[in-house]
Design a protein around this ligand. Structure first.
Ligand code: ADP
Length: 809
């Protein structure tokens, strides 16, 4: 309750709400007439509570990211039992983008991770239940969790009656269907609206119908994959540098970037949608001049989605109306230009002409809105007022020069001030004021050593008419602005839709101009090729850029998964590019289904319904999960969820435990992926023995044949002078060498240690490891009476048994 100047409000909101996750109540004063003869009284009323998830148009909002408030509805007590229905409803108050989704407890964490809400609202009931699983999941991802009751009755029907089945503009064009929201989604919408009403109070907007997200229409990427593939945010430093988004982002507007982020985190799984995007990408690709002009034009327009939302929230200024007007004229230009290009395209197709040879009219820059007051042409009344105002200005000018001339006073000016009202001002009093002082038409009202102020009837008349006219103009403009404000509100849906179309075009135009050579791919839906993932000379989008910046080349590799070869075992030395290959495969699938060009010479991708990865395990000791536990939980999740349409990448599953345990687990996981999930998969491992086990003609339990498993590897090339280089080139086969000692050497391990490791390695290879007689306590610990001094390894089993002895001693 301390005072500060109003102009510092945003600075304090930024510190309190944005940076410290505090809630701030804004209270305003409202004058109430007091008893006669007294001064008015002032009531104070809270007009809004500013929370991190309900920001409207605060200047510190990041225009390139959505600021979502997510409401989760689930029966808190039932969800303790595990599997449960969950309703999600989330909105970006600053843009009005509003979504719902039906999900289950199993997928809740993935959804929350993808949505990245700034604030989550749960029911009061969830707050009271001890160890509520929904709360536990949410708190892992979002630091701001609020609790609210649904205070409104069932929301008015218009809110939920038109539900759009997908996130794409093409489908937005469909007439709205009747309500298809599940009861949990409806509860989540109610919870969300109640919370918004409680906090936005007088700023509560009319919400448009939510877009219902349908899981089947999108490629589902689980939370771990979303993070470890660094799609939107880097793991190490946060931010977008080194991420897929940072790499492919060519959008110029805030709306375009927000949409691109959504597309990359939740790519499409609808063939028609992907094809539609791709044809636009190809269209822009064939027309670099159009692309350039289009982007230039986009730079000149504001974030219309956010501007329209400002009006719905009871804000917005004349400059916002001007911004919308500029956007509309830009959209019209763009539409005209694209139609023209389409016409040319058709003619080209008929005449087989090279599109590059065509000369196209440049996209003219429309005049940008002035951002000033209402155009005088708005109404006849306003126009007449402006004419009158101009006439009065002219009268003032004429009067001023007449007086200067007649009274021989060049420093004379006609002025208005709060102190002297409308007056004639003479600056050089001694030189210019004598004649005026002598005239009866001038009445002296103030005088100093150098200036004089006079009352003059003629100027008082013209001046007061000027003031009156300008006040009338202001009030007529205010009324006109109200009309415009209502018009913006009335056309809200069309404005949003057009803004969305332009955002989509912005993404498509950006997709076809990657920094490096990318190719358009074919996405297939056909049953025969649905399980194909054929990428010729694919590259990792961000690693390639990183290498190029230090003058190194990326080695492209071909990956060809097909119904005849659906799971590939990848072996090879450390540092030879196995993880990179796995990640690039996943990223190419994401780019392909987002509609983008992909970093490859050719790609044919059968639609992936879910993308999973088991890469880069990290400790989660805070939640009592060791590295190996995390690894196993993630692997278990994949085995439970992957479908024959899914794409799985797994890197070194089983390395976090003993060699024997790890090998057994790795084999069992691959076997499950192959026989049960029956999905496309890349499995990188150092257990080359796995290849021996999977290379058998059939499964050891007779579950079937392993014939659809392929074996690929990478290599180290050694020179005769003892140095070596990683080739990073994938070839068919199994590489039994991990070359771990080379990495140890490279990493700067003491030479003596590397030498010992090398010696032991040689002995292990020759099955000739000598173990000195064991200490008495070691013998007791091992439960043995004696161990032979020399030991030969015959079988795999013996070998691991003895290895573990060496380690223990
Ligand atoms: P592994 O998983 O086999 O240990 P990584 O995939 O982690 O190897 O690759 C190690 C490093 O090798 C990467 O950081 C990258 O700099 C480089 N690298 C990987 N793949 C390639 C490639 N195809 N072309 C060029 N350099 C590569």
């Amino acid at each position: 309750m301390c005072g500060f100047p109003l102009i510092h409000l945003q600075k304090h909101l930024n510190t309190l709400v944005q940076q410290s996750n505090r809630f701030v109540a804004l209270s305003e004063e409202f004058a109430r007439p007091g008893p006669p003869g007294t001064r008015p009284l002032f009531d104070r009323r809270v007009v809004r509570i500013v929370t991190p998830g309900t920001l409207i148009d605060e200047p510190f909002l990041n225009h390139y990211e959505n600021n979502y408030l997510l409401a989760i509805s689930s029966d808190a007590s039932r969800s303790l039992e595990g599997h449960d229905d969950v309703g999600l409803a989330w909105i970006d108050v600053s843009t009005g983008e509003f979504f719902t989704k039906y999900t289950t407890m199993e997928y809740l964490y993935d959804d929350v991770t993808r949505i990245r809400p700034r604030e989550v609202v749960l029911t009061k009931k969830m707050e009271s239940v001890d160890s509520c699983p929904v709360r536990a999941i949410v708190q892992r991802e979002c630091p701001v969790v609020s609790y609210s009751d649904t205070v409104t009755p069932t929301p008015p029907q218009p809110l939920v009656q038109s539900v759009l089945a997908s996130d794409s503009v093409s489908e937005h064009a469909e007439p709205p269907t009747t309500s298809t929201l599940s009861s949990h989604e409806t509860s989540a919408v109610n919870l969300l609206t109640s919370y918004l009403q409680l906090n936005l109070l007088e700023f509560m907007p009319d919400l448009s119908a939510p877009n219902k997200e349908v899981a089947e229409a999108r490629m589902e990427i689980d939370a771990h994959t979303l993070k470890s593939l660094e799609i939107q945010e880097g793991i190490q430093e946060g931010g977008t540098s080194g991420t897929l988004l940072g790499c492919v982002k060519k959008t110029v507007t805030g709306g375009g970037t927000r949409l691109l982020t959504r597309w990359l985190c939740s790519p499409s799984a609808s063939l028609s949608e992907i094809n539609a995007r791709q044809s636009l990408v190809a269209f822009f690709h064939a027309r670099p001049h159009l692309r350039r002009d289009f982007r230039e034009r986009l730079r000149g327009i504001d974030d219309v989605t956010r501007t329209v939302q400002k009006f719905l929230l009871g804000r917005g200024s004349t400059s916002d109306v001007a911004a919308i007007s500029t956007a509309i004229s830009t959209w019209s230009f763009i539409k005209g230009r694209i139609l023209l290009e389409r016409e040319l395209q058709l003619r080209e197709q008929n005449n087989h002409l090279d599109p590059e040879l065509k000369s196209n009219p440049p996209m003219r820059n429309g005049s940008r809105g002035t951002g000033g007051p209402i155009n005088p042409e708005f109404s006849e009344e306003l126009s007449a007022l402006h004419t009158r105002f101009q006439g009065l200005l002219k009268q003032r000018e004429d009067l001023e020069s007449d007086l200067q001339r007649h009274y021989n006073a060049p420093s004379l000016t006609l002025r208005s001030s709060p102190l002297h009202g409308l007056h004639v001002h003479v600056a050089k009093s001694k030189r210019d004021a004598a004649k005026a002082k002598a005239s009866p038409t001038f009445t002296l009202i103030a005088e100093s050593n150098s200036t004089c102020c006079f009352f003059h009837q003629g100027w008082a008349q013209v001046g007061s008419e000027l003031l009156e006219t300008s006040q009338t103009i202001a009030s007529v403009e205010k009324a006109a602005f109200e009309v415009l404000r209502n018009e913006v509100k009335m056309h809200e849906t069309q404005l949003r839709r057009n803004a969305r179309v332009i955002d989509e075009l912005g993404c498509d135009a950006g997709f076809c101009q990657p920094r490096l050579r990318y190719a358009l791919h074919k996405t297939e839906h056909d049953r025969r090729v649905a399980c194909t993932f054929h990428v010729v000379n694919g590259r990792h989008p961000t690693v390639e850029i990183g290498l190029l910046s230090s003058g190194r080349m990326f080695t492209a590799n071909t990956v060809s998964l097909s119904p005849d070869s659906q799971l590939h075992i990848i072996t090879g030395p450390n540092m030879a590019g196995k993880s990179t290959l796995l990640r690039q495969t996943a990223l190419i699938a994401i780019l392909a289904q987002s509609g983008s060009f992909v970093p490859a010479d050719y790609a044919q991708v059968g639609i992936v319904d879910r993308l999973f990865s088991r890469i880069g395990a990290k400790d989660d000791l805070f939640r009592d999960r060791s590295t190996f536990m995390v690894e196993m939980q993630e692997a278990a999740d994949i085995l439970k969820k992957a479908t024959p349409r899914s794409l799985v990448i797994m890197d070194e599953v089983g390395r976090g435990t003993s060699v024997r345990d790890g090998l057994a687990i790795a084999f069992a996981v691959v076997r499950h992926l192959y026989f049960k999930n029956n999905c496309r998969a890349l499995f990188a491992t150092h257990f080359h023995e796995l290849s021996d086990m999977l290379g058998c003609t059939s499964d050891y339990r007779g579950a079937g044949r392993f014939e659809r498993i392929g074996f690929f590897c990478t290599d180290v090339q050694e020179t005769e002078f003892g140095s070596f280089a990683y080739s990073h080139r994938l070839r068919p086969g199994v590489n039994k060498e991990s070359h771990g000692l080379k990495v140890a050497q490279l990493a700067g391990m003491p030479p003596s240690t590397v030498a010992v490791a090398r010696e032991i390695m040689a002995r292990l290879k020759s099955d000739d490891v000598w173990i000195p007689p064991l200490r008495q306590d070691a013998l007791q610990a091992l439960g043995k009476s004696q161990i032979p001094g020399r030991c030969f390894f015959r079988t795999l089993n013996d070998r691991y048994q003895s290895l573990s002895y060496i380690i223990r001693i």
